[in-house]
Design a binder for this molecule. Structure first.
Ligand code: F6R
Ligand code: ZN
Length: 199
């Protein structure tokens, strides 16, 4: 299908029991089975998967051409839950064009964004309603839902030509994990993380 002409448009964020968009072009569903090797506790992952291939997160995208000048945008919803003691999260990625940033606005829930640069610098920033998060160019990003009951819902906007590099994170992991300890979220070192010198 040819890309739509660049006419102005509006749509609505619909708040109900869940949050959705009045208009979208693509609905991505990521299940446990799509997250192999992302969680630290592999035995807990396999046990959970044997029970049910649960939906961990969903993304609603507005289609725009993937070219410089355009802005891709949509809604990301991470459901509550854990694999072992590690909270449900997105796969996480670098942008293929590293020098592209992203803005997230949190609409509902409690969680954080785990980020890291190719050099291994890291940051974890909180996400809660009314938080605006700026992910600078070069930083990989992964959203984590640390609430036990509520979805973590964010609206995201990023450059049309950014692209997604999932492979680097699949190989090296993120340096930090967010796990539950004594009923609270805690940031821990990822023992499987590969530092830049051994990648
Ligand atoms: C786009 C972006 C978000 C994520 C979404 C799902 O650049 O960062 O739209 O794509 O939160 O996460 P991933 O893509 O890591 O599965
Ligand atoms: Zn991104």
């Amino acid at each position: 299908m040819p890309d739509q002409p660049a006419l102005p448009f509006t749509f609505e964020v619909l708040y109900g029991e869940g949050i959705t968009l009045s208009q979208f072009d693509n609905h991505i569903i990521r299940r446990l089975s799509n997250m192999k090797s992302h969680f630290l506790d592999n035995a807990a992952y396999e046990a959970a998967l044997a029970q049910e291939d649960t939906v961990l997160y969903e993304v609603y995208e507005i289609h725009r051409p993937e070219i410089p000048g355009e802005l891709l945008h949509g809604l990301s919803i991470v459901h509550p839950g854990k694999v072992g003691n590690e909270y449900y999260m997105t796969k996480g990625h670098f942008h293929t064009v590293l020098e592209t940033a992203e803005v997230y606005y949190c609409l509902r829930g409690q969680g954080c964004m785990v980020m890291e640069s190719p050099e291994g610098d890291w940051a974890v920033e909180p996400l809660r309603p009314q938080t605006v998060l700026y992910v600078p160019p070069r930083w990989a990003h992964r959203s984590v839902n640390t609430d036990s009951k509520e979805d973590l819902v964010t609206f995201f906007i990023y450059p049309g030509n950014a692209g997604h590099d999932y492979g680097s994170i699949e190989k090296q992991g993120f340096r930090k994990l967010v796990v539950e300890v004594d009923a609270s979220p805690q940031i821990q070192d990822n023992p499987r993380w590969l530092p830049p010198e051994v990648r």
